[in-house]
Design a protein around this ligand. Structure first.
Ligand code: KG4
Length: 327
C-alpha cells in the first residue's frame, strides 16, 4: 500500500488530499477563495498567494486527520509546480519540499493539466492509454493526445480566451455573477430556446485550435444592439456555441487517430449540457470519461493521484525543482 499527500495552490483553490495507491481518495480538502476574488470578477494574484499561505497548513492537518493517518505514514508528497500563478504555486511546492526533506520521502512536482485529466482515474478505474484529453477550465482549453504518464501531445489549444474565461467574461458583462459557468448554465436552462445566431468559428479544415474571444465580443455587440433581449436566450445560444465546438473537436481528434476513449476535465467539464452533448455524439465502442464534479475543479486528489504514477515509476524531483508559470 502506498500513501501519498497531494498539495495544490496554483490559482484560487488551496487544497490538500491523501490518496492510496493512486486511485482511492482517503481525504480531499479544498478551500476556495472565490469570496475573496468575487468583487474583482477574477483572481487577484497577491490576494491569492497570501490566502494560500494562511490556509495550507490547516488543510494539510485536516487531510491527514480525515484520512486517519499521520505524517509518518506518507510514502511521497506531490505538489503542483506548473502552470499557474507563480506566487501561488510557491506555497504548495515549498510546503511539499519541507515535508519531503523532514520525512525523507520523495518529492514530485506535478503538471496541473496532467493532474486534471488524471482525476478521471480516481474513482476506481485504471488509467487506459492512449486517450484524447479535453481540458476545459477558466485558464485553459486544450485538446491532448495522451499516450502515457508524462507523455502528452497538444493537438490544439485556444488562441485567445479559455472556454471558462468566456463564460466568466460574458457573465460579468451581463452582471450575472462570478464564476460565470454555473450561473450561465442555470439561466440557460430557463431559456425558451429562441436561437440567436452568434457567428460560428470556422477554421480551416483540420485546424484543431479553439478561439473564444470572438463569441464573447459577438454577445457584447448583440446586447448593445438589442438591449431588450431575453437574457436566458442570449446565454443559451452562447453556451451552445461554446460547447458544441468542444464536443465536435474531441470526437474528431479521437476518430481521426483511432482512439476510443475521451477524458474530459477542468471546471467546464462540470457543465451538464457539455456532458449531454458528449453522450449524444458518442458512437458504439467509444467511451467518454468525466470525473465527478468535485474532481473536475481544482483539487489535490488529482495531484496525489498522478504523483503516484511518477512515484511508482521512480520519477522523483530534487530540492532544486522550481515553479513555472507555463506547463
Ligand atoms: O478548473 P477550474 O476550477 O479552475 C480554473 O481554471 O480556475 O475552472 C473554473 C472555470 C471557471 O471559468 C468557471 O466559470 C468554469 O470553470 N465552470 C463552468 C461550470 N462550472 C465551472 N463552466 C461552464 N459550466 C459550468 N457548470
Amino acid at each position: 500500500m502506498t500513501i501519498g499527500l497531494g498539495l495544490e495552490s496554483s490559482c484560487d483553490e488551496t487544497a490538500a488530499a491523501v490518496v492510496k495507491d493512486g486511485r482511492t481518495v482517503l481525504a480531499n480538502i479544498i478551500s476556495s477563495q472565490i469570496d475573496l476574488h468575487r468583487v474583482y470578477y477574477g483572481v487577484v494574484p497577491e490576494i491569492a498567494s497570501r490566502a494560500h499561505l494562511e490556509t495550507i497548513n490547516i488543510l494539510i492537518n485536516r487531510a491527514l486527520d480525515e484520512a486517519g493517518i499521520s505524517f509518518a505514514d506518507l510514502d511521497y508528497v506531490a505538489a503542483t509546480n506548473r502552470p499557474g500563478l507563480v506566487g501561488s504555486l510557491l506555497v504548495a511546492l515549498q510546503s511539499a519540499k519541507v515535508i519531503s526533506y523532514a520525512l525523507k520521502i520523495p518529492l514530485i512536482g506535478v503538471n496541473h493539466l496532467e493532474a486534471h485529466l488524471y482525476a478521471a482515474f480516481l474513482e476506481g478505474r485504471e488509467p487506459e492509454y492512449p486517450y484524447i484529453g479535453l481540458l476545459v477550465s477558466g485558464g485553459n482549453t486544450v485538446l491532448y493526445h495522451v499516450r502515457g504518464v508524462g507523455d502528452m501531445e497538444v493537438i490544439g489549444r485556444t488562441v485567445d480566451d479559455a472556454a471558462g474565461e468566456a463564460f466568466d467574461k460574458v457573465a460579468k458583462h451581463m452582471d450575472l455573477g462570478y464564476p460565470g459557468g454555473p450561473v450561465i448554465e442555470r439561466l440557460a436552462r430557463t431559456s425558451g430556446r429562441k436561437p440567436i445566431l452568434f457567428p460560428k468559428i470556422l477554421p480551416e479544415p483540420g485546424d484543431q485550435r479553439f478561439s473564444y474571444s470572438g463569441i464573447k465580443t459577438a454577445v457584447v455587440n448583440y446586447l448593445a444592439a438589442n438591449p431588450g433581449a431575453d437574457q436566458a436566450d442570449v446565454v443559451h445560444s452562447f453556451q451552445e456555441r461554446v460547447l458544441e465546438i468542444l464536443a465536435r473537436r474531441a470526437f474528431a481528434a479521437a476518430r481521426s487517430r483511432g482512439i476510443r476513449t475521451i477524458v474530459v476535465a477542468g471546471g467546464v467539464a462540470a457543465n451538464g449540457r457539455l456532458r449531454a452533448l458528449l453522450a449524444e455524439g458518442r458512437r458504439d465502442g467509444e467511451e467518454i470519461i468525466i470525473p465527478s464534479p468535485i474532481l473536475c475543479t481544482d483539487n489535490a486528489a488529482m495531484v496525489a493521484g498522478i504523483g503516484y504514477r511518477y512515484f511508482a515509476g521512480g520519477r522523483f524531483d530534487g530540492m532544486d525543482i522550481d515553479v513555472r508559470a507555463r506547463a
